[in-house]
Design a protein around this ligand. Structure first.
Ligand SMILES: [Zn+2]
Length: 468
């Protein structure tokens, strides 16, 4: 009787397959290796800058980082770049954005929210060195297609997105965007919505509790927020809250919310609230100081700054400068309220940071006239104005923001992480505005066009010479 066993050819194929996979794992014949050398490293963990460091990136991941003199001999295929005099930090993470809502300054979810618009904005974030964004509760289901593709590809050419999907709005109250079905009337509806939406793959859960300076009848009632938080935790997701009022921040902390995505702004966060946040482990992931600051101007003060204007179409700048717009903003009943809101937000942030509340960096950019990328640099500048050091602002915007989501494999310059990197011509620890001196941006070890090589809505050379 013949015994049935695999043919010789099958054995050979298995052995060959094993050999190929071993080669891939060990960074063999087909690995893409890039070496960066002699830069000053700001690694995103909070560690002070270290001079004359080197980095090896293999297939988009950091495989070695350390003193230049101890760099391992590079693989034969390696390309190498001398970054003497430059500063290397992790790509920035903006923990509070909204994608795909606008065309210029015209905001309309129904008209503009699609994959092309989302991805164009993710490319613009990347040009500004913002290599990951957390999108905060105004997404249609398209975001899940974008993110699924990003995570399958890994080596993307735009900012990586993480989403709170459709955030939970209390029916008739503040929050969300017109055209997106995301409101609930009861705790039971809130539970059902969170179960339904997290099943689509949301990275975390968002709720809104606000009343637009008292102009809306009711904020989200506490039994609804309690239900949202419980359902999020049951799905093993963190619950993030839009807040404005001190009292709501205090109650949501008691309810076990994980993170605030704006500052307390009706007054200044005080010792009892800060003690409660620390005791419960509540994070302040976004302080959105640039959001509040933007509302204190009828004309944003940087519209002619090339770092800004390269990223927007000339028609957008013209709209921002129009008399009609400036008069309309000046006449708005909320306009006079914002200087105090900004002062309160900055003081709340400073008090929390000083007391040891965990804080990240987030802008709330994406809605009309709050611009992707530029606002992240402005936010870090405002954080420093409020009282933290440039190094602390950078750590918030990189390592701390990354650590909020366990799934974020970037945010620090460490072995095993994605090589999502920002290379600067000047020292950002000496002056936080030097984060704008962008020399290059890497996502997964490959350069993407920087804002200094970008000229939105015009011929490539219409913004002046591109910096290399
Ligand atoms: Zn927001």
């Amino acid at each position: 009787m013949r015994r049935i066993r695999p043919s010789r050819r099958v054995y050979t194929a298995i052995r060959l397959g094993a050999a190929i996979s071993t080669m891939c794992l060990s960074g063999g014949a087909f690995a893409e290796t890039v070496v960066l050398d002699h830069f000053t490293l700001i690694d995103g963990t909070g560690r002070a800058p270290v001079a004359d460091q080197a980095l090896v990136m293999t297939d988009g991941r950091i495989t070695w980082v350390g003193p230049s003199g101890r760099r391992p001999a590079a693989a034969k295929s390696a390309t190498s770049e001398d970054l003497r005099g430059k500063y290397l930090m992790p790509g920035i993470i903006d923990s509070h954005v909204h994608l795909g809502l606008v065309n210029g300054v015209d905001q309309n979810f129904t008209k503009y929210y699609d994959r092309a618009n989302i991805e164009a904005q993710l490319r613009l974030y990347a040009a500004y060195g913002v290599t990951s964004v957390y999108t905060l509760g105004t997404d249609g289901d398209t975001i899940h297609d974008v993110i699924a593709d990003q995570r399958r590809i890994g080596r993307v050419e735009m900012a990586r997105a993480y989403t709170a999907g459709r955030g939970v709005v209390f029916k008739g109250s503040y929050g969300g965007v017109p055209g997106l079905d995301q409101s609930v009337a009861t705790p039971a509806e809130a539970t059902a919505m969170v179960e339904r939406e997290t099943a689509k793959g949301d990275d975390f859960v968002k709720l809104w509790m606000d009343d637009e300076f008292g102009t809306i009848a009711e904020r989200m009632p506490y039994p609804v927020s309690t239900a949202v938080i419980a359902a999020a935790h049951k799905a093993d997701k963190k619950a993030a809250a839009h807040i404005f009022y001190y009292d709501n921040a205090a109650e949501l902390t008691r309810e076990g919310v994980d993170v605030f995505m704006h500052q307390v702004r009706d007054r200044v966060a005080d010792a009892p609230l800060i003690a409660a946040m620390k005791a419960r482990g509540t994070w302040q992931l976004a302080s959105t100081l640039s959001r509040e600051a933007s509302f204190t101007y009828t004309l944003l003060p940087f519209v002619d700054d090339p770092f800004f204007s390269r990223g927007v179409a000339p028609s957008t700048v013209a709209t921002l400068k129009s008399d009609e717009r400036q008069q309309r903003l000046a006449a708005s009943p909320t306009f006079p309220k914002y200087p105090k809101v900004l002062t309160n937000a900055m003081a709340s942030f400073a008090a929390e940071a000083k007391a040891g509340v965990k804080y990240g960096m987030g802008t709330d950019s994406g809605p009309t006239a709050r611009f992707p990328g530029y606002f992240a640099h402005w936010e870090m500048e405002l954080m420093v104005k409020a009282g933290v050091t440039p190094l602390q602002a950078i750590t918030a915007a990189t390592g701390t923001n990354a650590s909020f989501l366990g799934s974020n494999e970037a945010g620090t310059v460490q072995k095993g992480k994605w090589a999502d990197l920002l290379v600067l011509d000047r020292d950002p620890v000496a002056d936080i505005r030097n984060t704008r001196a962008i020399s290059s941006v890497y996502i997964a070890g490959r350069k993407v066009p920087t804002i200094w090589q970008t000229c939105v809505g015009r011929a490539a050379d219409a913004c002046g010479a591109a910096k290399p």
